[in-house]
Design a protein around this ligand. Structure first.
Ligand code: MRU
Length: 354
């Protein structure tokens, strides 16, 4: 297929993790995939916050979209004459949603956008915030499709790629970020080989990415996280393509734990590194990666597999779930606003300041 306008987006993109039903939100329960496809119903903002914390819904853009609908649900519990009054009365619920996970800036970005929509709304404030949440979702899908085309354009036909974590439809409104580039790259015959690393300890790669790709008819091969360097040495992959939870003003990028390790191995083996994320993941207020709050989750995620303990009793675990890849290891940051090659503070400011 010829790039780019001809890309058949729907053919390679069938899964939707978030379904707004007007009265409630449905979230595809990602804890149960790939063996059960079940949606959790959220009828209030508290259950949306819990779903985000417990990883029912995960992936930076999807977290932001779910939180936006959480604000719409919080509005159901109050009466107010206008948006400003509603904002005051919903403050505690909105703050709670905002705290549900710390690293993905899309969450804070979406909440800030919902707060702005409320602050500027009159008597029609309920309708305004529902429309705002729907717009956040719609814009995310459009950004992903555009990034897919931009990112695939960087890839030479016949290439192999490695991805980490899950950055697909499951992590976004649809199509995905890094996985969107892979979808577009496969559809345009630029990518011949797709490898996904399992992503210990929660197994987003093993449980979600290879399932999602299989659902959409894209062949992919699973590797252990520790097999990344060995794979790169073999010459089978030309690009490491990953998403992001927060991209700082200098291009440093927080993403799923293990991304940094892959990026170091990639530089050693001449494999190029592409970070794909919508501008809602760019945080120009954070100067560099040293200022990012890295989420640490319960050690039990490391000590058991599917609830079955695999480690001797009495052992403790350290479980940071993100790491920071320095800008110097990144060859390209792809956003819907454009591509930055060899990112630094000056190039980031040129695209994102203001
Ligand atoms: O802990 P998770 O599963 O929410 O982490 C997800 C990631 O790290 C993704 O790579 C990132 O959010 C980008 S998703 C398009």
């Amino acid at each position: 297929m010829d790039m780019d306008q001809n890309l058949d987006f729907d053919r390679y993109d069938r899964i939707r993790p978030i379904r707004w039903r007007g009265s409630h939100l449905e979230l595809l329960d990602q804890r149960k995939l790939p063996f059960a496809v079940e949606y959790v119903e959220c009828a209030d903002s508290r259950s949306v916050g819990t779903a985000i914390r417990d990883l029912v819904v995960r992936g930076a853009p999807a977290i932001g979209i779910a939180a936006a609908f959480g604000v719409v649900l919080a509005a159901r519990t109050i009466e107010a004459a206008d948006g400003a009054q509603a904002l005051e009365r919903m403050a505690a619920d909105i703050d709670e949603l905002n705290r549900s996970r710390p690293t993905a800036v899309n969450l804070m970005w979406a909440i800030a956008r919902m707060r702005r929509a409320l602050a500027g709304a009159g008597a029609d404030w309920r309708e305004r915030i529902e429309q705002e949440a729907l717009a956040i979702e719609r814009e995310d899908l459009a950004a992903n499709r555009h990034m897919g085309v931009l990112g695939a354009g960087l890839i030479v036909p016949g290439s192999g790629v490695l991805t980490h974590c899950n950055t697909g439809s499951l992590a976004t409104a649809g199509f995905g970020t890094a996985l969107g580039v892979i979808r577009a790259g496969v559809a345009s015959h630029r990518i011949d080989r797709v490898f996904a690393s399992e992503t210990r300890p929660w197994l987003q790669g093993a449980r979600l990415t290879v399932w999602e790709l299989r659902e959409d008819g894209i062949p992919a091969t699973l590797i252990a996280d520790a097999a990344g360097a060995h794979l790169m040495k073999s010459g089978a992959v030309q690009w490491l393509i990953v998403g992001a939870d927060r991209i700082c003003a200098n291009g440093d990028t927080a993403n799923k734990i293990g991304t940094y390790t892959h990026a170091i191995a990639a530089r050693h083996h001449g494999v190029r590194v592409m970070v794909v994320a919508p501008s809602s993941t760019v945080d120009m207020a954070t100067p560099d990666g040293s200022h990012i709050h890295i989420e640490e989750r319960d050690g039990s995620e490391l000590l058991a597999v599917s609830g079955q303990r695999t480690v001797a009793e009495g052992v403790s675990a350290f479980n940071p779930v993100f790491d920071v890849t320095p800008a110097g290891l990144i060859d390209a940051i792809v956003t819907e606003k454009g591509v930055i090659e060899h990112p630094d503070a000056r190039k980031m400011a040129a695209l994102f300041a203001g």
